[in-house]
Design a protein. Structure first.
Length: 227
């Protein structure tokens, strides 16, 4: 399954003691990508058993890497990025285990990219986040004046292209960005990995798109910048 908009797409999911409920979220993204790399960070036996079963059920499409211990989010994501580089993917989707992708999320991201006049400058496409069990709209960090910024709701627009930072989960990244900027900073164990990467992306002339019709249901933690 190679997308007409993106070429070859893979997903990277980092897991840690996720239990048996992950299957629904896994199934939401499996049909939308060509390959799923799951990097497990030293989980318990319940999680390991589930992941092995998912790989057995989808041997051509799913690869699981089992780390002996929790190496941190950035290092685990970088293991996935190394696999994506080796297999020459064009785009990579980052997902948390608690993220559920709407069935047309990737397709709607592709349509938005195809209709965007500066599509070659787009380095990252992010979904519209819907918090699980919370009824509120997401806000996104955009520039206001010189070094100032503000948090902005979508309003009536379908695509935002002035966003400065998004969370990692649901981010679809052009692999050329990784090739040019490098992988994630492993000295950031979990916090600020996505923020630093987005800043580097913007500084180097790439753009971030957020697409209203590309929906991802997600459990947001307090650390994320656009709560």
């Amino acid at each position: 399954m190679t997308s007409k908009y993106f070429g070859k797409i893979c997903a990277i999911v980092v897991t840690y003691n996720i239990g048996s409920k992950y299957r629904e979220n896994f199934n939401s993204i499996l049909p939308q990508v060509d390959r799923v790399f799951v990097i497990d960070n030293g989980s318990d036996q319940e999680t390991v058993s589930l992941l092995k079963k998912l790989q057995e059920e989808n041997p051509e499409k799913v690869k699981i890497v089992f780390n002996e211990k929790n190496t941190g989010l950035a290092k685990a994501q970088n293991i996935g990025l190394s696999l994506a580089l080796e297999e020459e993917f064009d785009w990579v989707l980052l997902l948390d285990h608690d993220s559920w992708a709407h069935l047309d999320m990737i397709h709607n991201m592709g349509r938005a990219l195809n209709n965007y006049p500066e599509r070659e400058r787009v380095g990252l496409i992010a979904p519209y986040l819907k918090e699980i069990n919370v009824d509120r709209q997401p806000r996104y960090i955009v520039p206001r004046y010189k070094i100032l910024f503000e948090r902005k709701y979508f309003g009536t627009t379908r695509v935002m292209d002035d966003v400065l930072c998004v969370i990692a989960s649901g981010s679809l990244i052009r692999m050329d960005v990784i090739r040019k900027l490098g992988k994630f900073r492993e000295d950031f164990f979990i916090d600020y990995i996505d923020s630093e990467f987005c800043m580097a992306l913007i500084v180097n002339g790439w753009k971030i798109l957020v697409v209203r019709d590309a929906i991802l249901k997600h459990s947001l933690g307090n650390k994320h910048l656009h709560n």
